[in-house]
Design a protein around this ligand. Structure first.
Ligand SMILES: C[S@@+](CC[C@H](N)C(=O)[O-])C[C@H]1O[C@@H](n2cnc3c(N)ncnc32)[C@H](O)[C@@H]1O
Length: 441
């Protein structure tokens, strides 16, 4: 058997025996707004192109979909899109199919297929999710290349690798249990019991135990399997990730959790850093800055990215460079994931009760609270129903707050304009609102 077939069959056997994830079919993804926000095609498309697209009619692939929980997330996050799930594990696909039927997602189809054979489907996709899969492939670049052939010209791929720096102790554990022969055939109850027995017997301060053993491994077979008895898991560095993208001729768009890779957050006071260091930082590429972050602070299990075809980004001017004319022709969108009846009701409640509205409680990309006072919430309320011209929000602000609270003089249109502009710059940076301008250049 050649090494690729051998790795494939080991990984497939592992997932046939223990389809992943073992989340109950009835579980709804709706409570986890940050996940839906990130699964929403609008988010990554806007990050790359500064344009807000409709998810209606889009075709989304979940490659290596396992038991389909992420397919369900993708379906909820992208109304009107078709979901296609592919995995080479037949038992996993059976559960995925059942899951989407259970939740009445009609426009979904599933195929038992290796990711490398995706072109045989004869479909092209607007968005491809390859979540927690690539690190199992014997040749991830070949996998990415196969996936790229079914990606539409302006399509986006979300994918991830395990971080070798963050996960190095788990790799040591996997090597150890492989040395003991526990991963030769598909690990089952006997191997789980033996692994737990060995870990239990270790003294608490033995490095392997003190670093990575958690109570949940005592009871959760799947977690134990994925972390200690995994048969295909591999770790990657940022440099290896970027080199794989180059080899597959794909262009990096962003880290999926980009706000958690911010170097400035690692320092007590970024502004006090040695000037020489600041100069070096400013000269570094995105790849180098991410690499540096990981060397300082390897806390992320996944190197989770969006990428796409080279040069697919539409050129657009960043919001901080917009002129008055750009703003005058701007349309403001609340991110569609926030346009829900629940959020509308909570905003209305804050307005009536004159409480602050805590936007950050749905999710936050900053350590600071994200609260809006009730008058600001009142101004932004129409955005829950539909996008609004920036100038309509300016007019609405003048109606809500006609007088300056200190001087009691009338608020001028320019004062209102500046107030709303500053607010929108802040909310756009945090990902809550999306801004498009009709003005080109
Ligand atoms: C850890 S699970 C992740 C499942 C799902 N993407 C998620 O994040 O919930 C990995 C999945 O990838 C599938 N897989 C691994 N290599 C594959 C390949 N070459 N072709 C198709 N599926 C593959 C496995 O069968 C398994 O269901």
């Amino acid at each position: 058997m050649n090494p690729t077939t051998n790795t494939h069959s080991k990984v497939r056997q592992m997932h046939d025996a223990e389809p992943y994830p073992n989340i109950p079919i009835a579980t709804l993804p709706q409570d986890n707004l940050i996940d839906l926000y990130l699964y929403n095609l609008v988010t990554s498309y806007y990050l790359r192109n500064r344009q807000v697209i409709s998810t209606q009619g889009k075709v989304i692939l979940d490659a290596g979909c396992g038991t389909g929980y992420k397919c369900l997330n993708l379906a909820f996050a992208n109304p009107g899109a078709k979901i296609v799930g592919v995995d080479f594990s037949e038992p996993s696909i059976a559960i995925a199919r059942e899951r989407l039927q259970y939740h009445n997602i009609a426009d979904a189809e599933f195929h038992v297929l290796a990711l490398e054979n995706l072109p045989s489907l004869g479909l092209q996709f607007d968005y491809i999710n390859i979540d927690e899969v690539l690190y199992f492939l014997p040749d991830p670049v070949a996998g990415l290349q196969a996936v790229k052939t079914v990606l539409r010209p302006d399509g986006i791929i979300r994918t991830n690798f395990h971080s070798s720096l963050q996960r190095f102790v788990y790799y040591r554990a996997q090597e150890l249990f492989s040395l003991l022969g526990l991963t030769e055939s598909s690990p089952d109850k006997a191997e789980f019991d033996l692994t737990r027995g060995i870990m239990h017997a270790l003294k608490e301060d033995v490095f392997l135990k003190s670093m990575i053993w958690k109570p949940q491994f005592q009871t959760d077979d799947q977690m134990l399997l994925q972390n200690f008895l995994n048969r295909g898991d591999k770790g990657w560095t940022i440099s290896q990730l970027f080199s794989a993208l180059r080899d597959a001729d794909l262009e990096f768009i962003s880290m999926v959790n980009w706000w958690q890779w911010d170097l400035t957050q690692l320092f007590q006071n970024f502004d006090d850093l040695p000037v020489d260091f600041m100069i070096r930082l400013a000269e570094m590429s995105t790849e180098e800055q991410l690499h540096l972050f990981e060397l300082f602070h390897p806390i992320h299990r996944l190197l989770d990215i969006w990428c796409g075809h080279p040069d697919a980004a539409q050129s657009s001017m960043p919001v901080f460079q917009w002129t008055v004319e750009h703003w005058q022709q701007a349309t403001v969108h609340l991110h569609p994931q926030f346009c829900t009846p629940m959020i509308r009701d909570e905003m209305v409640d804050a307005i009536i009760q004159q409480h602050t509205f805590d936007l950050g409680r749905y999710f936050r990309m900053t350590n600071e609270p994200v609260t809006l006072d009730s008058t600001i919430a009142a101004c932004l309320l129409p955005l829950v129903e539909s996008p609004q011209p920036m100038l309509a929000l300016v007019q609405r602000w003048q109606q809500i707050q006609p007088l300056h609270p200190l001087t009691l003089e009338s608020i001028t249109e320019w004062e209102a304009f500046d107030r709303i502009k500053d607010l929108l710059v802040y909310l756009e940076e945090l990902g809550y609102v999306l801004l498009e301008t009709g003005r080109s250049g």
